[in-house]
Write a protein that binds this ligand. Structure first.
Ligand code: SAM
Length: 238
C-alpha cells in the first residue's frame, strides 16, 4: 500500500478515507492485521492496523521488509490520449519501470488537457499491484516544444517515429548498449493523429534525439508505448 509519510520503526501513519475504505471493506482487514506499506523512498515496511474511524484508519509501522528498489532512469513523454487509453499508459508504464511520466502536447494532440491526479492514481495502483516500491514522478504537462527546449544534457530521447521511417528500436538499443553509450534515456510517443511532418523533422534534427521504429505497422499510441518499453526492458536490461 502506498503511503505519503516517512516510514520508520514505531512510526504512526494515518490513511485517508479512500485507503481506509479499501482496507476495511475491500480487503476486509481489521484491527491488528498486518499491511505492507511503501512511500517511494524508504523501502517496504510491515505495519499493523491500529484501528478504523469514520473515514480514516491508522497504522503503526513495525519493521522493514525490503530496501528501496531501483528503477531505470527512463522517462516516457507521451501525448495525452482519451481517458481509458491514458489510464492504460500510466498503468503499463509504471509496471515496466518508467521513472517519469511526462504528458506533452504536440501539434495534433487531442485532448489538450490532462488530469494529473488521475494519472498519478493509476500509477499508484499499478505500483502497488506490481510490488514496485516507487511511483513514477509526474512531469509538468507542457507543449512538446517547451519540454525539448529545456532538455537536460546527457539524456537521449528515443523518438518513436511513425512506421517505416527509422531504424528498428531493438537495433538502436543493442548498439547503444554495446558501445557503452546507453545512459539516462526517454521515449517519446506521438498522439493518435501522429506527428505533424514538419514537427517530426524538427524533433529528429535535435542532437539528443534518436528516431526509432517499432515495426512495419502503425500501432495505436498506447500499443506503441508498451512495444517500446518491452524492447527497452529486454535490451537495456532493467
Ligand atoms: N496517424 C499516424 C500515421 O498514420 O502515421 C499514426 C500515429 S500512431 C497511431 C501514434 C504514435 O505511435 C506515433 O506518433 C508514434 O510515436 C507511435 N508509433 C506507432 N506505430 C509506430 C511504429 N511502427 N514505429 C514507431 N512508432 C510508432
Amino acid at each position: 500500500l502506498y503511503v505519503d509519510s516517512p516510514l520508520a520503526d514505531g512510526q504512526s501513519v494515518g490513511l485517508d478515507h479512500e485507503r481506509a475504505h479499501f482496507l476495511r471493506h475491500v480487503l476486509r482487514l481489521d484491527r491488528g492485521d498486518p499491511v505492507a506499506v511503501f512511500n517511494g523512498r524508504d523501502g517496504e515496511w510491515r505495519a499493523v492496523i491500529d484501528g478504523f474511524g469514520k473515514g480514516w484508519c491508522s497504522l503503526t509501522v513495525t519493521e522493514q521488509r525490503r530496501g528501496q528498489d531501483t528503477t531505470p532512469d527512463l522517462w516516457l513523454l507521451f501525448a495525452p490520449l482519451k481517458k481509458g487509453r491514458i489510464d492504460f499508459v500510466a498503468e503499463k508504464a509504471t509496471e515496466m519501470g518508467v521513472s517519469r511520466l511526462w504528458p506533452v502536447f504536440t501539434r495534433r494532440t487531442d485532448p489538450n488537457r490532462v488530469n494529473l491526479d488521475r494519472l498519478r492514481a493509476n500509477a499508484v495502483e499499478a505500483a502497488e499491484q506490481c510490488e514496485r516500491l516507487s511511483v513514477p514522478e509526474m512531469g509538468e504537462p507542457m507543449p512538446l516544444e517547451r519540454a525539448l527546449a529545456g532538455w537536460p544534457d546527457g539524456r537521449t530521447l528515443y523518438l518513436c517515429a511513425e512506421a517505416g521511417s527509422a531504424r528498428p528500436i531493438a537495433e538502436v538499443l543493442r548498439d547503444a548498449r554495446q558501445t557503452g553509450v546507453a545512459g539516462p534515456a526517454a521515449l517519446l510517443v506521438g498522439p493518435e493523429g501522429g506527428f505533424d511532418q514538419s514537427e517530426l523533422d524538427e524533433i529528429a534534427k535535435l542532437p539528443f534525439v534518436v528516431p526509432v521504429g517499432l515495426g512495419p505497422r502503425i500501432l495505436r499510441a498506447d500499443t506503441a508505448v508498451v512495444a517500446a518499453l518491452a524492447c527497452w526492458q529486454s535490451l537495456a536490461g532493467d
